[in-house]
Design a protein around this ligand. Structure first.
Ligand SMILES: O=C(O)CCC(=O)C(=O)O
Ligand SMILES: [Fe+2]
Length: 308
């Protein structure tokens, strides 16, 4: 299996349909094969990335009691702080040696869906840190835009109308997850255990410290190269299912890094009411139809059940 490809996606925003198709074909090949690719030409300014990592460092540096006040255990909506070793992504393994901070779509407390208690529709838990909200939401929105742009390419590659996913990703169950791996520990312990992502596509920024590994089809692990300015993207289980297995969601993990490592994963899951059923032209459905919200709930419930 070839290594993780590097794709310039700028052509997806071109007015020239041939340029868009060329990128879509390359994207499609990566999604059908490796399920992972590095993206250049995404157009997200470096300043946004720098601001994101400044915010991430600041929130994890808060005293434990400040972070505990923002614990994900206080949010029924998958938002807030996950403590070191609170989560294990690979069932039956040691817990992950990482901490995390989740941010979702930024609803006001009086938003109708929040008032109605809709699943995952809650307020974010904001730390008392100047600039944190602005920096993280700027990244959230940029990654969301990139995710939607990628979906125009996926749609073209899958023989659908280019805008097919647009109204299924306009109020998505998206999560920006800031991650800190303290590193330097027992190399036998996982930074993040082997898993596949749950959503459609993940857009990942790292601080350049190595650690992310993708499983090879034939077994064994491949390092994802750290190329400055690129973003790591991968297909999640929801899009694998939606594409009826045409696209691959590939297991990956983070090994114990040699030193402290920060990353930020943006998980783009579809709108809660989006119907996730085998796309036209993909053959006999391999999975029953579901919805964005039902699928995410199923996966998160399983993850929480695995907690020690
Ligand atoms: O930190 C990373 O590089 C990847 C994290 C990851 O795979 C995840 O949180 O789903
Ligand atoms: Fe992941």
């Amino acid at each position: 299996m070839a290594e993780v490809p590097v794709l310039d996606v700028s052509g997806l925003a071109s007015p020239d349909p041939l340029a868009r198709r060329a990128v879509a074909a390359a994207l499609g090949a990566a999604c059908r094969g490796r399920g992972f690719f590095l993206v250049t030409g995404h157009g997200i300014p470096e300043a946004l990335r720098a601001g994101l990592f400044t915010a991430a460092r600041a929130v994890f540096a808060l005293p434990a009691e400040k972070k505990a006040a923002l614990s994900i255990r206080r949010s029924p909506h998958n938002r807030g702080w996950v403590a070191l070793a609170e989560e294990r992504l690979a069932a039956g393994q040691a817990p992950d040696v990482k901490e995390a901070f989740n941010i979702g779509l930024d609803f006001a407390p009086d938003h109708p869906e929040v008032m109605a208690g809709a699943p995952f529709r809650g307020v974010n838990l904001w730390p008392d840190l100047l600039g944190f909200r602005t920096a993280t939401l700027a990244w959230f929105n940029a990654a969301w835009d990139l995710g939607r742009l990628l979906h125009r390419g996926f749609a073209l590659d899958l023989g659908l109308a280019e805008t097919f996913f647009e109204d299924k990703l306009d109020t998505p169950l998206a999560t920006l997850r800031l991650l800190r791996y303290p590193g330097g520990g027992d190399p036998a312990l996982p930074g993040a255990g082997e898993h596949t992502d749950y959503g459609n596509v993940t857009v990942l920024a790292t601080d350049g410290v190595a650690g992310l590994e993708v499983k090879r089809r034939g077994g064994g692990w491949e390092d994802v190269p750290q190329i400055p300015g690129t973003l790591v993207c991968n297909i999640g289980d929801c899009l694998m299912r939606w594409s009826n297995g045409v696209y691959a969601s590939t297991p990956h993990r983070v090994r114990m890094p040699a030193r402290e490592r920060f990353s930020a994963a943006f998980f783009l899951d579809p709108n809660p009411d989006a119907v996730v059923a085998a796309l036209p032209g993909t053959g006999i459905p391999r999975w029953p139809a579901t919805t964005g919200a039902a699928y995410l709930k199923e996966r998160l419930d399983a993850t929480y059940a695995h907690r020690g």
